[in-house]
Structure formats: C-alpha cells, structure tokens
Design a protein around this ligand. Structure first.
Ligand code: XMP
Length: 516
C-alpha cells in the first residue's frame, strides 16, 4: 500500500495569512497537502511525490528588489501549478508577463465572469462571487496564457496555460467567502493534477502504524502522557503499533482538574491496556510552589520540576532509545514562524530540555496533522470523546489559575468551581466548538458577603470562557445570563469558602486567555 501522503499537493508559501487554510481545504478533499517555505530545498518539497504545486499569496510586490520568486525547479518540472494572488503574480513575472500596481486596490467580495473555458473553472457558474485582497494586478499575461475570468478591476482575474497546466487566480479560493472556492480547488486537484483521494483517517493510521513499527523495531519508546489530546492520541497510536514496547509516564502534579488523574489511569491503563507509570508528585509541586506568586517564576518551577520527575522515572526504566512527543502540524509551523518573533509573552513548556544523560531519538507521529485530524485519529483508535474533545489545558495547570497562595485547600476550591462550570456548559452542549476554552480562576482577594444573616469574608471565583480559532486572538463567549446565573448559584452553594462569582469579559488582546 502506498503512503497516503504521496500524490498530494506541495504548497509553496510566500507568506500569506491564508497559507494554512489552503492546506486544510485540500486535506478536506482527502488529498494530502504540505506547506513549504518558498526557498525550501527541492528534495524536501518533492519528498512525497506531489501531483502538483500551489503557490500561496503573500504580502510582497513581485517587482520589489527582494521579492520572493517562484523556484525554477517548480516552473520546469511538468507538474501542474496553481498560483493564488501573489503566487499568480510571481508566476506571471517568472514566465515573462507583466505585473504592476493597480489603480484600484481590490479588497473583499468581487464578482468574476468566466471567459475562455478551462478545466479550472469547468462546471461552475458563469458569474461567481470571490474574495479578493490585492493591490497589484496582471497587465500582460505570459506567452501561452489566456484570460479565464475577468472582474470589474481586471481582465485577468483568472488565467491559464492549458497546455502546460499552469493556472493563476487573483482571488482566494481557499476562503469561505469565495462561494465556489472548494469546487475550483477540486477541479485543480482531481481534473488537472489527477490526484487520488487517498488521505483519510484510516489510511493515516495504517501508514503511521507501519512506519512506527519499521522505525522502532524491537526497541522501546517512552512517552510523557499528560492526558491532553495530542499526547493521548500519540500514545494510543504508538501503543497500537508496538504494544508493550511503549511505556507512558503520567505525572500527577496536583495541579490537574477534578478527577483527571483517575480518568487518565482508567482510560489508558485499564481500557487501553497501556504500560502506564502514574507518579503522584503532588507534594513536590506544592512544596516547590509555596510562597511563589510571580507567574513566570511559577511556570519555570513547574517546567523544571516536571522534567526532574520525568527524568528520574526514565532513568529507572533503563536504556530506552525513543521518546514520543505529541507535536502537531500547527506546532511545527508555529515554531518555524516564532523563531523570527522574539517577544515571550508566557513561557510554555513540554518535555524539551531533558538532562544530558537522557538522550532520546524523537518520534512524533502526529507532526503532519491538524488538530481536527488528530481528534479523528483519536476516535479512530477508540479513545473516548471525553479525551478526544478535551479542551486545551496549560502545562502549568491550575497553578496559573490559582492566583495567590497555592495551597491544597485552595486548589480543591478551584477544582470544584471549575467542575461545576464545565458541567453546566456540557449540559448545554457548549464545550466543543462554541467555547474553545472555559475554566474557573480563583482570585487572590477575598470579598464580603452575607449568607443566612451572617457576614462572610471569602474567596472570589472568576469564570473565563472564550471563542477562538487559533488561540492567538480570542473573544469572551457570550454565554446566556441564565447559564451564568445557574453556575454562579451552584458555585456559591456547593463550594465552601466562595461567596462571589464574576465573569471575565476581556478579549485577547489586550488580555490573554489565562490570567497568568
Ligand atoms: P494565553 O493565556 O497565552 O493562552 O492567551 C493561549 C493558549 O495557550 C494555553 N497555555 C499553555 N499551554 N503550556 C501549555 O501547554 C503553557 O505554559 C501554557 N500557557 C497557556 C492556554 O490555556 C490557551 O489555550
């Protein structure tokens, strides 16, 4: 059986904010797509034998001195090419056509009208609504190209050389506002490139299992299991491939949510039959966090201690060759991008930074997958919904939601309040797409209240619920007043020591999602 990544599309990135979206749209058609920087080596770009290339948009003007150019190995290797926006202008420039600044910039919705018939726009309406975002336009297409569609602003809204199978569109077929965008991409994939729809969850699982088996042989693999989706799916996949040769270490930091440690053990050890070492390091973490209030210091302490506990367990297991990590595709793209952006807002941690005596080879079977694909693989491997649909949870756990003293009793208060909030959201089915993340925060102040004619002076809980696609920006969720009232009422009644509940209505930016 062939690798399901073979015969897909290589996307050459010129820096558009929509490049990842192009990859997603193609994968939704069961065709593998991978993004490469425009100056990536040809061997890397062609590693999975793509059927064709898509050149993304980008912020440059092609006639600027240092504007990125279409690599010549792509232009002349006979595979079909589709240039989108800047990609189309770069193609035009490379093949001898002319691009210039346009009198009228086009941003937003526009209508295009088909001209010469082509495979790219076949079986589509004559007039289509598309999404434009460009200042430059094509003045003269290269030799051999004809106009396939025009807009009010340009006679060359889409162009093509149907002999060489090179096409360009000035608009963005990957965004939802381009009504026929998916149909246009499908024409490119299936009619022009002749791709086969091979990329599916089942195909991915089969292939990943075979390659894990081939790589690991009879060696052993170690995994830090947090209970989060990515490490859970990584574990389940590797376990399916090599069974007993996988050992997972789960560290209970005492900073997890209500019932989480028990749930991890039940699902992975009891239900999945995984070789799981569960370490209760609660006391160590609480000791280390005593009298610590500064968020970055807390993060550093937790990250460092986590590595110490993990390393100690790993040493006891003897010689293990591989370490599995739940790296996923957005992490790969983000870490490539973040090497250029300097500012640290918050230091995140994973199992990087292990001491020198523990040298592992990394196994990252989910490196090519988007989050929704990871969830599908998890379900395909039989993981329960409550793991597969778990919301993101920060590495430092409740320590960055328990402001002020981190004591066991305060963590318990926070856990109870948090569980009530999540329970009420789950009852209204709001925990999947509607609220990307929701949690309670215990504030470092006490406030006065009155209960049963008596004065109280107790803890304050803040509720945080956000909507977001990428966690880089976020808005506060417009939860109904009735729901908020129920949650508030239950918390003050059911959680001892809390007499006030507030709802956080800050967006990100300027706030962040977590409070610390
Ligand atoms: P912020 O608070 O930066 O959070 O807006 C964005 C997303 O990142 C999560 N987060 C973390 N995840 N380790 C993690 O693995 C961390 O140290 C960490 N800090 C924040 C946060 O929960 C949200 O989903």
């Amino acid at each position: 059986m062939t690798d399901p990544r073979h015969g897909g599309i290589a996307i050459i990135d010129f820096g558009s904010q929509y490049t990842q979206l192009i990859a997603r749209r193609i994968r939704e058609q069961n065709v593998y797509a991978e993004v490469f920087p425009h100056d990536a080596p040809p061997d890397a770009i062609n590693y999975h034998h793509p059927c064709g290339y898509i050149l993304s948009g980008g912020p440059n003007s092609i006639y600027e001195a240092d504007a990125p150019q279409v690599p010549s190995h792509i232009l002349y290797n006979d595979r079909p090419i589709l240039g989108i926006c800047y990609g189309m202008q770069a193609l035009t420039h490379a093949l001898g056509g002319r691009v210039a600044a346009s009198q009228a910039r086009e941003y937003g919705a526009a209508l295009i009208k088909q001209r010469d018939r082509s495979d790219l726009l076949s079986n589509l309406p004559d007039v289509m609504r598309v999404w434009m975002s460009h200042g430059d336009r094509i003045e003269q297409p290269p030799e051999g190209f004809v106009s396939l569609a025009q807009s009010d602003n340009s006679p060359y809204a889409a162009v093509g050389d149907t002999t060489r199978h090179i096409y360009g569109v000035q608009f963005h077929p990957e965004v939802a506002h381009t009504n026929e965008g998916t149909a246009i991409l499908r024409n490119f994939l299936f009619v022009i490139c002749g791709c086969q729809p091979r990329w599916s969850t089942a195909a991915f699982i089969d292939d990943a299992i075979r390659s894990i088996q081939a790589r690991v042989g009879d060696e052993r693999v170690l995994l830090a299991l947090s209970g989060g989706v990515d490490s859970a799916v990584t574990g389940a996949l590797i376990h399916r491939a090599i069974g007993e040769q996988l050992t997972a270490i789960f560290v209970n930091t005492g900073l997890l949510r209500k019932n989480e440690p028990e749930q991890v053990v039940r699902v992975f050890r009891d239900e999945q039959g995984m070789n799981l070492i569960a370490v209760d390091a609660t006391e160590d973490f609480l000791d280390a966090l005593r009298d610590q209030y500064e968020p970055e210091t807390k993060r550093k302490i937790i990250g460092g201690l986590f590595i110490d506990v993990f390393a100690q367990q790993a040493r006891q297991l003897g010689d293990i060759r591989f370490l599995a990590q739940g790296t996923i595709y957005p992490d790969v793209i983000e870490s490539a991008a973040s090497s250029k952006t300097a500012k640290t807002i918050k230091s995140h941690h994973n199992v990087g930074g292990l001491p020198d005596d523990l040298r592992f080879e990394l196994i990252e079977p989910l490196r090519d997958l988007f989050k929704d694909e990871v969830r599908r693989v998890g379900s395909g491997l039989g993981l329960p919904d409550r793991i597969v649909w778990r919301q993101p949870f920060p590495g430092p756990g409740l320590a960055i939601r328990c402001l002020g003293d981190i004591r066991w009793e305060r963590l318990e208060t926070l856990r109870e309040a948090d569980a009530i909030f999540l329970d009420e959201l789950a009852r209204e089915n709001l925990l999947r797409d509607d609220t990307a993340q929701a949690f309670a925060v215990l504030l470092p102040v006490r406030s006065v209240g009155v209960m049963g004619d008596n004065r109280t002076y107790e803890e304050v809980v803040a509720l945080r619920a956000v909507t977001t696609d990428d966690f880089m920006t976020a808005d506060w969720a417009r939860l109904s007043y009735d729901l908020l009232a129920r949650v508030s009422n239950r918390i003050v009644n059911e959680v001892p020591g809390v007499n006030r509940v507030v709802y956080d209505i800050s967006s990100k930016p300027p706030a962040t999602i977590e409070w610390e």
